[in-house]
Ligand binder design. Sequence first.
Ligand SMILES: Cc1ncc(COP(=O)(O)O)c(C=O)c1O
Length: 395
Amino acid sequence: MPTTTFALADSMRRLGTESAFVVLARARALEAQGRNIIHLEIGEPDFDTPEHVKNAGIDSLKRNRTHYSPASGIMELRDAIAKHVTKSRGVPVTADQVVVSPGAKPIIALTLMALLNPGDEVVIPDPAYPAYRSIVTYVAAVPVSVPLLERKNFRLELDALENAITPRTKAIVINSPHNPTGGILTPDDIAGIAAIAKRHDVLVITDEIYNRHCYDAPFASFYGLGGIPDQTILIDGFSKAWAMTGWRLGFGVFPKYIADAVGALMLNTVSCTATFVQDAGIAALTGDDKPVQAMHDEFLRRRDMLVEGLNQVPGVTCKLPGGAFYVFPNFSAIDSDDIRLAAHILDDGNVAVLGGSTFGPNGRGFIRLSYANSEENLREALSRIRKALASYRRA
Ligand SMILES: Cc1ncc(COP(=O)(O)O)c(C=O)c1O
């Protein structure tokens, strides 16, 4: 056993966590004790990666494409991404604006590291995907929250957004479709946000990783509709659309000088993304789109079923989310202590869910459920939640 411990860097105290992974570990520990848990905590599609994508990865391995690649990605994939973004967002993009990374998450971290000095401010919706706030505080910059309100269908309020901007603001982070609420921005919202960004000369970091999961209206892309590509950074990836979470493959699209900076950080950290994984990414972008559409249709059925079921649970109300694969029901009539409620639903009901406040204080009283699980399991989860709530007592 070591007798001395060494002080960690002070910056480690500013790093956050991601509750989905924490709750997953707790749920797995309960499973190891023989419990049957339904997992609605983790944000990954329960489908298999499409066959043609898997085959492209296997073929690449067989061709010994197992060596280092350039830090920002192989040119064939950067080129395919540039063409894909040009087509899907309607904005001309070139391969030298693209950086490929092992998942979208490193792109978020490296982008913020490339841009922020201590004391810089970044406007972030509350609730939000935890990585934004965690990395902003890690680099000693300052996250500034803008609440997303249930009564506004969790859309950004433009006045609140503009009021949050100060001379120290470097960037605004937006994410549509949104994790954890499933909320989406409309073309009008996008025009309003772009006007604010222009007026105050700030960057917009638009995380569009759920762009293939829009259910009631076509996807409205800030990158495509904002009209300020010199001021916009696009974050996207393969995890959610092609069910490729474990492959680790994401990308960013930047003004070229920022792409170069993020590429330099890639070189100094992970070196590069696995080459055969990048080959699989080309197959995803250029191959048959039917598997992605089939997943979309299945998610849509589950969303409708789950929202209807949740609204029948006494004390629970649930908005119909326009995108992603999460619902964000309001449990505050039962208890606003969502962390305690989520723990009870896991311990007593054997359903793993996330307390809304783990995504920011404004998520208090809400629970995030992922519907990346079978319809049968979702029905069973509803019945277990109902039973667990019947035995719930506030502290
Ligand atoms: C909003 C958002 N952005 C980015 C990511 C990161 O995805 P990945 O690193 O798997 O590509 C996630 C994953 O849950 C997410 O919800």
